[in-house]
Design a protein. Structure first.
Lengths: 377, 79
């Protein structure tokens, strides 16, 4: 019997596990998923914990309940991947052998990489971070709010500009918008990562008086002066700092000597096989492929990984290729939003800002649990 | 550039989000001073974005090379 081991119970790992069980007979393969927490978290909901007072419990489900019964779930932490020996070592001493390994461990937040981050910054990239930012906003009476990213790459590239829009909407509802200056600092040449969509977002920033500075890549935080400095030589003062923390790839990838200098797993952007290790697949945020680190990318990648593993285990050739497809939903506040889809060959088409666009995002938030982890869509 | 000089190659062809410039910034942050980074981009906007940012951030644009359907941008990290 062949063995497939999947590391990580996020969106990518969960879909792969469920679809492999569906596609492969019991006698063909044993499917094991290793997850360190056993909890599946819907991360796009963090922003609503901050700005809409969403109950954090709504964003968490037991991983076991999202997996088909035949998937063996191990609660544990992989500490070393032995790519030559086809083995994964767990922190409790157990060793798992595999014929095919899937690394779907996501990105790791490493606030300690920017001195002063923990003292100065708030963020919404973890449940704890979202709750802390919610409290900070509740007691904020006015002043300069800076929204930016500590480093690149980071998950969900449009999220910081979405947060700037949400801040405007939040302070307007609170009746103190006139007392607040929102300053968005972008590491790129524009406020929104997708060039064709940038004019739409710039227009929103203009209407809602969100100030922006481009080409601002954070170098340091001056805690005493309450100023952040960029590697391009500029500075920005803040009263409240909202900053996406620095990210790195998975710890076990680094510990196994498989990652690049950021800990990201070098992965073929079409086949999703780890470079130099064709028996290992990687998907989602932990790879180095040049698509946005997002659940949507992991979702589309999972189908490719499943097709390739099924073919591999049956000794067949596979033509499965990831085409770079990503779908992105943005909430601009005031019940307006937009969505867009793009891939390696097709840039996004500038979307109209609409109530329908916002509704699409709300709908996804609702149907996620039913439709996505199962691999139904 | 010597024939044997090592460089970090970042293939950002087909990347609309986050895009070639973000890949370059990622590379620069990871690289050591003096190291070469080569970004491959199929995005026409890179011709403006990348040289502008490289100059603003104080690095050196060693060259831009046209290939079939994409361009290679060679940058040296200088600070």
């Amino acid at each position: 019997m062949k063995k497939v081991v999947i590391l990580g119970g996020g969106v990518g790992g969960t879909i792969v596990a469920n679809l492999l069980v569906k596609r492969l007979a019991k006698e063909e393969a044993e499917i094991t998923l290793v997850d360190s927490t056993g909890k599946h978290v819907y991360q796009p909901g963090f922003i609503y914990v901050v700005f809409e007072g969403l109950n954090p419990g709504k964003l968490v489900r037991e991983e076991r309940k999202l997996l088909r019964r035949r998937v063996k779930l191990i609660l544990g932490e992989a500490v070393r991947i032995d790519a030559e020996g086809h083995k994964v070592h767990l922190s409790d001493g157990n060793v798992l052998e595999y014929d095919r390994l899937v690394v779907a461990l996501g990105a790791r937040l490493v606030p300690e990489e920017l001195p002063g981050f923990s003292e100065a910054a708030n963020h919404f990239y973890s449940m704890e971070g979202a709750m802390k930012l919610r409290s900070a906003l509740e007691s904020f009476a006015g002043g300069k709010v800076v929204v930016t990213v500590a480093s690149v790459p980071y998950k969900c590239p449009p999220a910081p500009s979405e947060a700037a829009c949400q801040l405007d909407y939040y302070f307007s509802r609170k009746g103190i918008r006139d007392n607040v200056e929102i300053h968005f600092l972008s590491p790129l040449s524009r406020v929104f990562p997708l060039e064709p969509v940038n004019p739409v977002v710039e227009k929103i920033f203009g209407i809602h008086k969100i100030k922006s500075t481009t080409f601002f890549n954070v170098e340091s935080i001056d805690l005493e002066k309450r100023v952040i400095n960029s590697i391009e030589g500029e500075s920005a003062p803040y009263d409240l700092l909202i900053m996406i923390p620095p990210h790195r790839g998975a710890k076990v990838v680094e510990a196994s000597g498989l990652g690049d200098r950021g800990g990201w797993l070098p992965t073929d952007k079409y086949t999703l096989r780890v470079k130099g290790h064709p028996d290992i697949f990687a998907l989602g945020d932990c790879t180095d492929i040049p698509v946005s680190k997002s659940g949507a990318a992991a979702h589309f990648e999972a189908k490719v990984v499943v097709n390739s593993i099924v073919a591999d285990l049956r000794g067949e050739e596979t033509a499965a290729r990831y085409d770079g497809r990503v779908t992105c939903y943005c909430d601009a506040g005031y019940h307006k939003g937009f969505s867009m889809t793009f891939d390696y060959e097709h840039p996004p088409v500038p979307p109209p800002l609409s109530y329908r666009g916002w509704l699409m995002k709300m709908l996804l938030n609702k149907i996620y649990w039913l439709a996505i982890p199962s691999g139904r869509v | 550039m010597g024939e044997q000089e090592q460089k970090m190659i970042l293939d950002a062809r087909g990347s609309f989000c986050p895009g070639p410039l973000m890949e370059l910034i990622r590379g620069i942050r990871q690289a050591k001073v003096g190291e070469l980074i080569e970004v491959w981009s199929s995005d026409s906007g890179s011709r403006k974005d990348i040289p502008f940012w490289v100059k603003k951030a104080g690095h050196e644009l060693v060259g831009v090379y046209d290939e079939q359907g994409y361009a290679r941008f060679l940058i040296r990290k200088t600070r």
